[in-house]
Ligand binder design. Structure first.
Ligand SMILES: CCCCCCCCCCCCC/C=C/[C@@H](O)[C@H](COP(=O)(O)O)NC(=O)CCCCC
Ligand SMILES: Nc1ncnc2c1ncn2[C@@H]1O[C@H](COP(=O)(O)OP(=O)(O)O)[C@@H](O)[C@H]1O
Ligand SMILES: [Ca+2]
Length: 519
């Protein structure tokens, strides 16, 4: 990686910036004393006299908790020709970085989170894209599924180097559905077949967090911060991600990237949707209420364990930037046997159809986490050792237990304690799974739900003191409710790519305010 190294004379220390982390370079009018953005430059008189020709380099600076900031360093030259040579050379180096996007399609959900999407984009993100000479087409959505349908049918995707969504996990899910469906249609792939091998999407997706949970951003960047996310887009990062497909009776329902949760998380979501006016706090309210109702659900979970992989859900190591396991698609054997290593295991690989396991019983929660699902509420996540791009999902089964024990389990999500180290919890790293609720024997499941059983569920939900449990919960699929309880799920290894790099290990910090350098 090429590095621009500069000496900071005022401190007598040296500091290097990788070209890949330079955002832009521009001339500076020393006489005027201000930057392009109007910020006042403090320049010693002697320096400006001896070196009157200046230029400013904007680059990525790392701050605490995985936060990135745009910093400026100003260089002073003794003559104008030298300055032009420097500016031209840096611009040539930046142009050679082919992974950087030049033209982006941006969707803003004005309705997600605290309804600040437009303001966040205009104030924090658009100026950075402009500084990095990225042009954009911006669409503020007018209704749910606007972005999904636009991507699926209308958007001229060839014009763009990526798609950016400003919103939460639900908005990101819309973008994924639009892009994945469009890619399958363009390649003649039938999404309704659970066995079908899907074609990966070529366009990368950027997430500017402006939703309620924003767990996909948090788990891929390490923080929910619009500026940090915008900078990851500008430098052209690329992080592959697994995607789960969800089917019911050979009919495609949805894709899931983070959490598929039945029981507790399904009930929290169903209740919280009626309280959207509360904003992100709706999850705390509904979470507490759902915890008090303490409903369990009966059924059978069958699953195909990923036995041929590196890593387990109980590992102490974490998926981080440059993760070794994800680089090898999670496979145990790589390198020596070319055929084995080239093909990522996928839901369509028949050889994996052997060795299914089955667990029957009463469950408080059935969760599938294709990634850690870390978020501000749970900084380690639902499955702290899950990988972003290993072709597996962690299936977490929480059996019926006392309220006290369930509370202990939930509270462990907020600390470093192991939430799986409890007798009523089991976790399996799987490639596929199915769930069949006990009362679901055939296709009439939905009819039943819409009639008597649904009514029964509602009565029980409204009377938490009642000791009986409803027959069905709902699936929470990245924050959207699924209409079916009986589902079949398969993981598609690295189907999409984000403008992210995974969570970086924490660096040491230096405080370099407004450095000035002589060349
Ligand atoms: C009594 C203490 C309880 C503490 C429990 C903490 C556990 C939190 C784990 C959260 C996992 C979140 C997984 C992500 C799900 C999102 O996809 C989804 C939609 O997000 P968004 O579109 O941005 O709103 N969010 C949820 O389903 C919220 C679940 C909150 C549960 C309390
Ligand atoms: N303009 C709009 N009006 C209403 N709903 C929208 C609009 N644009 C997107 N949506 C929907 O809003 C829902 C929530 O969006 P999201 O950005 O995830 O916010 P939150 O994190 O608060 O749930 C998603 O289901 C998405 O489809
Ligand atoms: Ca995974």
């Amino acid at each position: 990686m090429s590095c621009l190294t500069f000496v900071i004379t005022s401190y007598g220390t040296s500091h290097s910036v990788s070209v890949s982390e330079i955002l832009a370079v521009r001339e500076l009018d020393v006489g005027g004393g201000t930057n392009d953005d109007g910020r006042w430059q403090k320049m010693p008189q002697k320096l400006t006299e001896a070196y009157p020709y200046a230029f400013t380099v904007s680059y990525v600076e790392r701050a605490r908790q995985h936060r990135w900031r745009c910093s400026d360093v100003t260089f002073h030259c003794s003559d104008g020709v030298l300055r032009q040579q420097w500016i031209q050379t840096i611009r040539e180096q930046l142009t050679a970085l082919t992974s950087r996007p030049k033209h982006l399609l941006v969707y803003i959900n004005p309705y997600g989170g605290k309804q600040q999407g437009e303001c966040i984009y205009e104030q924090k993100v658009a100026p950075l894209f402009a500084c990095a000479s990225i042009s954009t087409d911006v669409i503020v959505t007018e209704h749910a599924n606007h972005a999904r349908d636009h991507l699926k049918t209308e958007a001229e995707l060839k014009k763009y180097d990526g798609v950016v969504c400003v919103g939460g996990d639900g908005m990101f899910s819309e973008i994924v559905h639009g892009l994945v469906s469009r890619t399958q249609r363009d390649n003649g792939v039938d999404q309704n077949s659970p066995e079908e091998k899907l074609v990966p999407c070529s366009l990368r997706i950027g997430i500017i967090p402006a939703g309620s949970t924003d767990c996909i951003c948090y788990a891929t960047v390490g923080i929910n911060d619009p500026v940090t996310s915008a900078l990851h887009v500008i430098v052209g990062d690329s992080q592959p991600m697994d995607v789960c497909s969800v089917h019911h009776n050979n009919t495609f329902l949805r894709y899931s990237i983070s959490l598929l949760g039945y029981g507790f998380y399904g009930d929290v979501l169903a209740d919280s949707e009626r309280k959207r006016w509360m904003g992100p706090a709706r999850y705390d309210f509904s979470g507490f209420k759902t915890f008090l109702t303490h409903h369990h659900y009966e059924g059978a979970v069958s699953f195909l364990p990923a036995t041929d992989i590196l890593g387990t859900p109980r590992d102490k190591t974490r998926c981080r930037a440059g993760c070794f396991i994800c680089q090898h698609d999670g496979q145990l054997y790589s390198g020596d046997s070319p055929e084995e290593s080239k093909t990522a295991p996928d839901v369509s690989d028949r050889e994996y159809e052997v060795g299914w396991g089955v667990v029957r019983g009463k469950f408080l929660a059935i969760n599938a986490a294709s990634m850690s699902c870390a978020c501000p509420r749970s900084p380690m996540g639902l499955s702290p050792a899950a990988h972003l791009a290993d072709g597996t999902t962690d299936l977490i089964l929480v059996r019926k237990c006392s309220r006290f024990n369930f509370l202990r389990h939930l509270l462990r999500h907020t600390s470093k304690d192991d939430q799986f180290d409890m007798t009523f919890v089991e976790v399996h790293r799987v490639r596929r799974f199915r769930f069949t609720p006990r009362h679901c024997q055939n296709d009439s499941e939905l009819d039943l739900r819409e009639n008597g059983k649904q009514l029964f569920s509602q009565i029980c939900r409204d009377h938490p003191a009642c000791s009986c449990s409803p027959a069905y919960s709902s699936w929470n699929c990245d924050g959207e409710i699924l209409p079916h309880a009986a589902i079949e799920v398969g993981v598609h290894c690295q189907l999409i790519k984000l403008f992210a790099r995974g969570i970086e290990e924490q660096p040491l910090f230096e405080d370099l305010a407004n450095p000035q350098c002589a060349l």
